[in-house]
Write a protein that binds this ligand. Structure first.
Ligand code: ADP
Ligand code: ZN
Ligand code: ZN
Length: 719
């Protein structure tokens, strides 16, 4: 519910704002969080219910963080109760005390240290564990993040090779910081600039090309913050929290690193949360939701790959963790460091407006050049498969030179459509009215919109013909075609399907890095974080999709993705090449990407946004609604529109809010429900916020609001 409730404390109860209490709610008892105190209530005092039990003597969050959550609730138009419950580890939501968690720490015994890979020859997992612990004691949670299972720990402990260790062991990293190469000149300049601003609030954008050594800059700045006894919060994209990242941080800093990620169990999550909150944990490394973790002694926030879409939560409480990081840094008066090779347009606009400090790294730290990008005109090319002849020729050359080739296609499965050659019928998801994707390997048809699956039909549903043919291509087909084209070179596919098992992604990446494969086919999983040193040729199989998208952010996203994928190549110093396969080689940003690079394309696209009055030069919020009955959705949004338009007349002084007419979403039907949306547009975020604050109560109170499913998305990623 979009409101808070009043209760009456007993004079003897010590109530703290930001603490948990048990209160009667309807016929139940529930745990609540005290968000404020007051000396009066809208309700007569005799109607107020009493607080049953007080859980906390000290607030769960410091006032600055509680203020951030309240702000977030207002800004994202989300009920404060849900915001707070989102921010609270599950065990605390259930009323447990934050100190109840034990942290399990393991270290090598002397016998364990004496083992070599021979003694664990038949148990590579055990050897992996011993190797990990050679660098010093580690928490169980950290080990599990690196793919070590409980069974492995038990087995190795039984052999007497590892033993439980005290918490203090975590700060004595045994690996004694392998000597670092000196920072490059550009890195030093950035480090000095950042270290001169460690007091108070500031935001810096570190824009460094892929391979320029941004992480090294973070680490050097972090080391200075930690040396002053302060804590650092580091956010990474979902796919960026890898064992490599972790060991790199640990080896460089030599301190305990706490982790927050989706693989933790409730106790592990609470343990990391509590250690961060008390200030004993020097570094907390986590994905999106880590932004809610209290830190007693925060000295710096780092957001790596700040443009990454995974910082935006796409359901429930739809916050953007990078934007919350800006507010949090301001509230807690600490510096914020944003890093990316392809900064978001929001951050670039903030640089342009003088709000963010801009630091750049333009050269690769370990040497080597950025790859050259060239478009390959597909028009009128004879296609013997998914790739055109010039591309096949280029691949052949690079493979003959003993290099690896990466082929990028952002579409999983064998083909996005399976249709009848006789009559044109195609297999379609009844719930979404979209074609099923054929997954040949799984022998299934899968709807990529609602995930529903069904067996592959042998016959056409309509005419009974058995002539069913795939149309269009996904990674599975590309893999098959390339293996047939280049039988002498091993091909590997890396996408969500080929990496379903735990650790599969890590293992495949390791195999690629060891050179087991020569041709890599994959989706955007390949775009992030991992270096493939021997890749000298990157093929982008399909650029054209993004040119047709109705989403105004499609160009920005595609340029980011292309730049990131390209950045995987040529890390070992050879000159690498990127080939874009397109029917539109003259398209402006396809051109610009070849000749000038991301920064210039971004500037051009930003100018267009400014002209069109679109974000980041304007604010957007969307109300989306869905229901089985399309007329109900249309009616609900029509009535919302009239409420909003009426109220919008009142906020005209702020530059006004444009209330767009409701209409069907780009994908009007999904999982059986019809989806419509209504967009609000304004030059100022505050105008939209004001309008929504004024009207949501009324919109929510309407009868149809109970019938359709609806939500508000402020600063939506998809429009
Ligand atoms: P980015 O995050 O900017 O893509 P990384 O921080 O991953 O770049 O660094 C890219 C590579 O360059 C890594 O292999 C890293 O070890 C190496 N590197 C970073 N800084 C230096 C340096 N000062 N001297 C030599 N190599 C470096
Ligand atoms: Zn047919
Ligand atoms: Zn579907």
């Amino acid at each position: 519910m979009r409101r808070i409730f009043d209760y009456l404390p007993h004079p003897e109860q010590q109530i703290v704002v930001g603490g948990r209490v048990r209160v009667p709610f309807g016929r139940r008892m529930m745990i609540g969080i005290v968000v404020g105190e007051s000396d009066h209530s809208e309700w007569p005092v005799e109607q107020l219910k009493a607080i049953d039990e007080v859980f906390d003597q000290t607030p769960i969050w410091p006032p600055s963080l509680l203020d951030l959550f309240k702000w977030a609730g207002r800004y994202y138009q989300h009920p404060i109760g849900e915001v707070l419950s989102h921010a609270l580890p599950k065990k605390l939501r259930l009323g447990e005390q934050p100190n109840s968690a034990d942290i399990e720490v393991w270290q090598l015994t002397e016998a364990g240290a004496a083992q070599d890979s021979q003694s664990t020859k038949r148990a590579p997992k055990q050897w992996q564990l011993l190797e990990l612990l050679k660098a010093g004691a580690q928490e169980r949670a950290t080990l599990s993040a690196q793919g070590v299972t409980g069974a492995t720990i038990q087995a190795v402990a039984k052999k007497g090779w590892i033993e439980p260790a005290p918490l203090s062991a975590l700060n004595e990293s045994a690996c004694c910081q392998p000597t670092q190469p000196p920072a490059t000149t550009e890195q030093s300049i950035a480090i000095t600039a950042l270290c001169s601003r460690l007091q108070g609030f500031s935001v810096s954008l570190l824009e460094g090309i892929t391979g320029s050594g941004k992480t090294r800059v973070y680490l050097d700045v972090m080391a200075q913050v930690i040396a002053k006894g302060k804590q650092v919060l580091v956010l990474v994209p979902e796919i960026g929290l890898t064992p490599q990242t972790l060991s790199r941080f640990r080896n460089h800093l030599g301190v305990r690193i706490g982790l927050v990620h989706s693989g933790l169990n409730d106790s592990e999550r609470l343990a990391a949360w509590q250690a961060a909150r008390t200030g004993e944990l020097p570094v907390l490394l986590g994905t999106r939701s880590a932004i809610f973790t209290p830190m007693a002694n925060l000295g710096l926030i780092v957001v790596d790959e700040e443009h990454d879409g995974s910082y935006k939560q796409q359901d429930g409480f739809r916050y953007q963790a990078r934007d919350l990081a800006v507010m949090r840094a301001r509230n807690e008066q600490v510096p914020l460091l944003l890093g990316s090779a392809t900064p978001s347009f929001e951050s670039l606009a903030n640089v342009e407006a003088g709000r963010y400090q801009h630091l750049t790294l333009t050269e690769r730290a370990a040497g080597g050049q950025l790859p050259q990008i060239a478009a390959i005109d597909m028009r009128q090319q004879v296609m013997s498969g998914p790739l055109s002849a010039p591309i096949i020729n280029a691949m052949e050359q690079h493979l003959q030179d003993n290099n690896q080739v990466l082929v990028f296609l952002n579409r999983r499965g064998f083909s996005p459509v399976l249709l009848c050659h006789e009559c044109g019928w195609f297999a379609e998801c009844q719930r979404c009215n979209r074609p099923f994707t054929w997954h040949k390997g799984f022998r299934r048809l899968v709807c990529h919109h609602c995930q529903v699956e069904r067996p592959v039909p042998h016959q056409c549903d309509s005419c009974g013909s058995t002539q069913l043919v795939p149309v269009g291509q996904g990674t599975e087909q590309l893999e098959e075609a390339l293996q047939a084209q280049f039988p002498q070179y091993p091909v590997v596919r890396i996408d969500r399907d080929s990496t379903r098992r735990k650790d599969a992604f890590e293992n495949l990446v390791a195999d690629v890095q060891r050179g087991h494969y020569r041709i890599l086919v994959g989706t955007q999983m390949l775009a992030k974080g991992h270096d493939f040193a021997d890749v000298t040729l990157v093929i982008i199989a399909d650029v054209d999709g993004a040119l047709f998208s109705s989403d105004f952010r499609a160009g920005e996203r595609m340029c980011q993705l292309l730049t990131q994928v390209s950045g995987r190549a040529g890390r070992a110093g050879q000159q690498a090449q990127v080939l874009l396969q397109t029917h539109y080689p003259d398209h402006p940003w396809v051109q610009q990407l070849q000749t000038e690079g991301y920064q210039q394309v971004a500037q051009a696209l930003l100018a267009e946004r400014k002209q069109a009055q679109l974000p980041p030069y304007a604010a957007i919020a969307i109300i989306r609604a869905e229901a089985n009955d399309e007329t109900k959705v249309a009616e609900f949004l029509a009535s919302a529109e009239s409420v909003l338009s009426e109220a919008a007349r009142g906020v005209n002084d702020k530059g006004g809010v444009i209330v767009m007419a409701p209409g069907p979403c780009a994908m009007v039907r999904k999982a059986g429900r019809y989806r419509w949306q209504l967009a609000l547009l304004a030059p100022q975020k505050s105008a939209i916020q004001q309008l929504l604050n004024q009207t949501l109560g009324e919109i929510e109170g309407s009868k149809l609001a109970q019938v359709v499913r609806w939500h508000v998305d402020v600063d939506p990623h998809d429009t």
